[in-house]
Design a protein around this ligand. Structure first.
Ligand code: ATP
Length: 278
């Protein structure tokens, strides 16, 4: 493993989105949730709350260990980017956070509460939402039905906010999702996420297969989501857009964290490890 040793702390940022000043906080300093159930970021004075804390997380598939004991504190109401090359373990980390694969070691807490063994369904009910890099929409349903299903499940059946956020979907309401372009399916997946009103939105490979223009639109949209107070976690290979959006960056390399800090703190070697071209 290259890069500096990661201590059990992260440095928050001056922040594109988090309403905080620069502050270093311990991963064990998870702030309690606010009385109204919100993230409590404002309740800790200058320190941002830790939304999710992975501590010594080990996970993998069958006999293969992919994450080798990573510790990661995700700040509340900010954008965290998980960067790294193919196979680094970014998607696996998101799956662990969503509860799709179990931890083999270590713990996960959410606003200070242990959720290591909480089911995926219960995490989703509480507002943890993953938009995976594929199969994120019902291919055989129309765009309208894809939106309606999730809007009704969230208790707010009006799909207008999704159409306002992604006007292109308005023109496609009766089209089967499976027959849309990759970019449109991605928009639909994000529109569904919007209607679910998550408190934590995790997006895997936002820019995968998209034109720079569409990717730029989707990154901009994610910025507005974070500005509204949602905690955003973005797993991607290195892109300028991901870096511009991020308040906090973790670089993964072969299942270990080789960098944790602000985009401004990323050095040339970490940028290369994150997938940037020299
Ligand atoms: P990419 O950008 O290529 O998706 P990533 O950083 O998201 O990379 P992961 O998808 O988490 O990486 O994969 C990490 C390792 O786990 C890789 O070696 C991959 O082959 C392996 N892996 C991922 N999914 C599975 C699976 N369902 N079964 C077995 N191995 C898997």
């Amino acid at each position: 493993m290259s890069g500096p040793p990661l201590e059990n702390r992260v440095t928050s940022t001056s922040g594109n989105h988090a309403d905080n000043n620069t502050a270093t906080y311990s991963a064990t300093d998870s702030a309690p949730p606010a009385a109204d159930g919100s993230s409590g970021a404002a309740s800790t004075g200058d320190l941002p709350a830790v939304e999710l804390l992975l501590d010594g997380a080990r996970a993998g598939y069958r006999t293969i260990e992919v994450l080798h004991g990573i510790t990661m504190a995700i700040p509340s109401g900010a954008v965290t980017a998980l960067l790294g090359a193919n196979g680094a373990g970014k998607s696996t980390t998101l799956r662990v956070l969503a509860g799709l694969i179990p931890l083999r070691g270590g713990t996960l807490s959410w606003r200070g509460e242990q959720i290591t063994k909480m089911t995926t369904t219960n995490r989703a009910k509480r507002g943890l939402m993953l938009v995976p890099d594929e199969r994120a929409v019902f291919a055989t349903l129309s765009v309208r039905d894809n939106l309606q299903v999730i809007a009704e499940a969230s208790g707010h059946p009006d799909i207008t906010p999704a159409l306002e956020a992604f006007p292109r979907l308005q023109e496609r309401l009766n089209q089967r999702a499976g027959s849309m372009s990759g970019g449109e399916r991605r928009m639909l997946a994000l529109a569904r996420a919007l209607l679910a009103r998550p408190s934590v939105l995790m997006v895997d490979e936002l820019s995968l297969g998209l034109s720079p223009k569409v990717a730029g639109e989707l990154f901009a949209w994610l910025g507005t989501v974070a500005d509204a107070g949602t905690t955003v976690i973005l797993a991607d290979q290195y892109t300028e857009e991901a870096l511009a959006l991020a308040d906090m960056v973790y670089v993964l390399h072969r299942g270990e964290i080789t960098f944790a800090g602000t985009p401004a703190e990323l050095g040339a070697s970490e940028l290369l490890a994150a997938g940037a071209h020299s």
